[in-house]
Design a protein around this ligand. Structure first.
Ligand code: AMP
Length: 393
């Protein structure tokens, strides 16, 4: 189903391979605070090393402004990466300048060179052909394994593919394949769960998912706008007034698939020590109060759909989960998804964070490493960095 060539389809022996990885990891006090993204690239990196390639690794980290900024250096990645690979990792102090050129040229099969942050060059985010050509000149084959940035049209994700044979790594291939399969041939019923702040960020996702899904369970700020459109009182809750029209059209077209909250946890302010109450949507949110989570009756209403799902796609928290106790609804849903026998896909930083917080991450079939890229695929849109890879014969 993945129509692009992967590392298995090219001969890498004795070659220097430029690999775009997603090492955009959290750094605290000069150390990598979470190495999930580094680990996720190991299957591809180990495969290439076992096949006698030399590796030049390119990644961005954070959002430096097109020039070197020590706060965004990739140097802290060297040590954990070397430990995970069980071999030395060299570091180039520029992404495609003199140091990178000299070190890449001297690489032997089995050796690994990590380049400095690609966004230290202004050409990266502009997809400047000159910067892309300089990057490409560091290797003989391009492998993209950075799913997290596959929706970006940058020099290291799209530009380089013009100058080198370009194929996918295992992580990129698996992410795209899994999400595409769930959209095109899901085990049914397909139950989708959407939360998060706003409808407007996910309009395209709603339009693409609703025709395919058997159910769409909605929570979080998103649900408020649907409830407001139906005439319920929402007090001072986050409601996107301009999106009410869209909500009504969706309810009109897909009303039998959409499942909305029946009760809400409301508070007089957004703080852990706020006054808190449960209200039914019929009662409505009192003036000056706001809905910050789904209530227990809503969890009960959602539960059978999740338990009986053949496949589940979940994106976005069902409440303000960063501030307990408004994380309860999200955590209850996380347990239901983890326990469901259906194939589960969870994407988006917040829902994944909630799963980890609840210690349930290893009970999910597929946790996506990319937020923006996942949403783009769920919206049915192509990923620019995947489009430029070579097609399978
Ligand atoms: P998103 O990036 O669209 O997935 O939105 C995630 C954000 O939505 C989180 O920071 C949540 O705190 C926020 N959120 C979820 N439910 C609500 C709600 N009922 N009111 C306000 N913000 C919410």
């Amino acid at each position: 189903m993945f129509r692009k060539k992967t590392v298995r389809d090219v001969d890498v022996e004795g070659r220097t391979v430029l690999v775009r990885v997603d090492f955009n990891v959290p750094i605290q006090d000069g150390r990598v605070a979470d190495d999930t993204r580094i680990r996720a690239t190991l299957p591809t990196l180990n495969y290439l090393l076992e096949h006698d390639a030399a590796l030049v690794l390119a990644s961005h980290l954070g959002r430096p402004k097109g020039k070197p900024d020590p706060a965004y250096s990739l140097r802290p990645v060297v040590e954990p990466l070397a430990a995970l690979l069980g071999r030395e990792v060299q570091f180039a102090t520029d992404p495609a300048g003199p140091d990178a050129r000299a070190k890449a040229a001297a690489l032997r099969p089995g050796q690994v060179l990590l380049l400095e942050n690609t966004r230290f060059d202004p050409g990266e985010t502009r997809n400047d052909p000159e910067f892309a050509r300089r990057l490409a000149s560091l290797g003989q084959i391009f492998v993209n394994d950075a799913f997290g940035t596959a929706h970006r049209l940058h020099a290291s994700t799209v530009g380089v593919a013009r100058y080198l044979p370009a194929v996918a790594g295992f992580l990129l291939a698996k992410e795209v394949e899994t999400i595409t399969r769930l959209l095109e041939a899901p085990a049914r019923p397909l139950v989708t769960i959407l939360g998060g702040a706003k409808i407007s960020d996910k309009i395209k996702v709603l339009h693409n998912l609703l025709p395919r899904a058997d159910r769409l369970l909605i929570g979080g700020g998103m649900a408020n706008t649907f409830l407001a459109a139906q005439g319920y009182r929402l007090g001072s809750s986050l409601v996107e007034t301009p999106a009410r029209e869209t909500a009504l059209v969706l309810l009109d077209t897909y009303g039998d698939k959409i499942v909305l909250p029946v009760d809400l946890i409301v508070a007089d302010r957004m703080a852990p020590d706020a006054q808190i109450r449960r209200v039914t949507v019929q009662d409505g949110v009192p003036d000056g109060w706001m809905a910050l989570d789904i209530g227990p009756e809503t969890v009960e209403r959602f539960a059978p759909f999740i338990r009986e799902a053949g496949s589940i796609i979940w994106n976005g928290p069902l409440g303000v989960f960063e501030i307990p106790p408004f994380d309860r609804g999200t955590i209850a849903i996380a347990h239901l998804v983890a326990e469901s026998p259906g194939f589960s896909l969870v994407g988006g930083g917040d829902s994944v964070a909630a799963l980890r917080q609840a210690g349930l991450a290893d009970r999910i079939d597929h946790i996506s490493t990319g937020g923006g890229a996942t949403l783009k695929l769920l919206a049915g849109e192509p990923l620019p960095a995947v489009e430029v890879l070579e097609d399978k014969a």
